[in-house]
Write a protein that binds this ligand. Structure first.
Ligand code: ZN
Length: 456
């Protein structure tokens, strides 16, 4: 016991031991962590401890370092040896729609038709708490199986859909952000609220869930075309009253959408200005897509410290356009990475990194695997205002981490076997990997067991 890093808690430790499980776990593998942002500092900002370990004490990371040194310093810790698996912070998916789990990979159509044909009919079902609870559980089990430990998700306009997701996240110990999706026009009547109801129902959900355990509320207008100016104003007021909440919405995804916003808001200088006038621009704002931005919009996003959330599988799937990663990073924007489930075509942040790489290539900038990994972990955490807690492996951080098998399929194994460098060994998993690569997931210090097969 005297060797424990936290001698203040030997009693708790002994009790946990007596109860049949040690509170302190030493997980061994190849440890990947970031000393800085690799977009700013280069790939060397990513550090690798080839035979390393992560010491987890309760819900926190207590230490990282060489395996041998950690074993010697903490002989009482329970050891979980993941062999040559890569140990990383859990993935952070900074924009998703959990209610669209059941309609992912629906064929065809542009954004507006896709919403009307697939999304809105499915979202109508979430007024039923039993349906919402079933999909919320299935969704979180799917993302955990893919190594994602934090999401920022839209719900539907039904408060029941928000209760279902937060309850499911709380049961799994997950740090997530979510909110009621507000719409009061250009959507089916069954999904529309009003400016007042959007405000009041969101306020009640904030009171119920925001800051409870690891849960964060995100004020969530779907996007400018499905809200009246009155509704956006009401949500801006709500955000001013609750500034520690996040705000998530969509911005500048498709060209038809830009024309629609222009027609609906003729007084606005541009799309972003619709939100800005309503008080919905600031630090803690997460704007999904951000493809067709004007110079003024880019300047204001940067000045405000808002986050731009890149959703590459969705942008390719719905044919929205090519995100300007290099240009936006160079001008100092905060960028996160996301699946945009189910407009995006995968739950996997590995597949999402691959799509970001492909879109980068189409725009003439090959993203380094260290940059991709940073976007999928620390970058997303920074975008969500959680960089001090999650998204990296470091002492004091919350213990959300994953172990990845870098030879999870024969195709990947035969390529990684020829790798001459660490990143050469990782890149085939980024490009070809999926949930089969996820060898272990820890949420808030607890190892997750694979969920049973999803039930209808
Ligand atoms: Zn979206």
């Amino acid at each position: 016991m005297r060797d424990l890093r936290h001698p203040r808690t030997p009693i708790g430790f002994a009790q946990a031991q007596g109860a049949g499980g040690l509170r302190v776990e030493l997980i061994l593998g190849q440890v990947l962590h970031f000393a800085a942002d690799p977009f700013a500092e280069g790939p060397a900002a990513a550090l690798v401890e080839t035979r390393g370990g992560v010491l987890v004490d309760g819900t926190r990371i207590a230490a990282i370092g060489p395996a041998a040194a950690l074993r010697a310093a903490h002989p009482a810790a329970r050891v979980t040896d993941m062999g040559s698996a890569l140990l990383s912070a859990g993935f952070v998916d900074a924009h998703a729609h959990y209610p669209q789990t059941g309609i992912i990979a629906s064929w065809g159509k542009r954004l507006i038709d896709w919403l009307n044909s697939y999304t809105f009919p499915e979202e109508m079902r979430f007024g039923d708490p039993a349906h919402a609870a079933a999909v919320a559980a299935r969704y979180l089990d799917l993302v955990l199986a893919h190594g994602t430990t934090t999401v920022a998700s839209f719900c539907t306009s039904h408060p029941e859909s928000v209760d279902a997701l937060f309850a499911a996240a709380e049961a799994r110990g997950m740090r997530i952000a979510a909110g009621k999706t507000c719409m009061d026009r250009n959507a089916p009547p069954g999904l529309c609220d009003t400016a007042e109801r959007a405000h009041d129902e969101s306020a009640a959900l904030i009171a119920r869930w925001h800051g409870r355990g690891r849960l964060v509320y995100a004020i969530t207008p779907r996007f400018a075309p499905t809200s009246t100016p009155e509704q956006l104003d009401a949500l801006g007021t709500l955000w001013a009253d609750h500034p520690t909440c996040l705000m998530q919405t969509h911005l500048s995804e498709q060209t038809e959408e830009l024309d629609w916003v222009r027609a609906l808001y003729p007084e606005a200088r541009d799309y972003l200005d619709v939100y800005e006038r309503a008080g919905l621009l600031g630090p803690g704002a997460l704007f999904g897509h951000c493809i067709h931005l004007t110079g003024r919009e880019r300047m204001r996003l940067r000045e405000a410290g808002a986050a731009l959330i890149h959703c590459p599988t969705s942008n390719a799937f719905i044919g929205s356009g090519l995100f300007d990663m290099a240009g936006l990073i160079a001008e100092g924007q905060r960028v996160g990475l996301a699946t945009d489930t189910g407009g995006g075509s995968s739950f996997s942040m590995l597949r999402t990194m691959a799509a970001a790489y492909e879109i980068g290539q189409l725009r003439g900038r090959a993203l380094h695997p260290a940059e991709l990994w940073w976007l999928a972990t620390a970058g997303g955490a920074r975008a969500m205002g959680m960089a001090e807690r999650i998204g990296n492996l470091a002492p004091g951080m919350e213990a959300d981490l994953i172990a990845l098998d870098l030879a999870s399929t024969p195709a990947i194994a035969q390529r990684s076997a020829r790798a001459g460098t660490f990143w050469e060994a990782v890149f085939p998993t980024i490009m070809m990997g999926d949930d089969r690569a996820i060898a272990g997931v820890w949420v808030n210090g607890q190892r997750q067991r694979p969920a049973e097969a999803p039930r209808g």
